[in-house]
Write a protein that binds this ligand. Sequence first.
Ligand code: FES
Length: 111
Amino acid sequence: MGFRKVAELDALRDGGVTGVEVDGVPIALFRMGNEVHATHGICTHALAFLKDGYVEDGTIECPLHQGVFDIRTGRALCAPLTRDLATYAAKVEGGAVLVDLDSASDSPASE
Ligand code: FES
């Protein structure tokens, strides 16, 4: 299916996380200036939405048990996490944020 528009860049807080849903899949969008990264929206440890987490220095801290993921790679950086987070290709074009859901880097948390 390729890249699809999921949000307007202006609607995303710089340095923050925003949750969107695409075809029933929760996605977390992270804006860093004019760059956007996209990951699966649910923690790989339990049912927690990363849109409610805390962004710091290129990482997202889960709101439930404080597991930390690298936003760019989805890599799980500390306990209690044992599984990396799926990431998706994302880009900004003409003020629109586009994400390619077919580009998932890893299995989503909802297995
Ligand atoms: Fe995210 Fe436990 S649910 S660290």
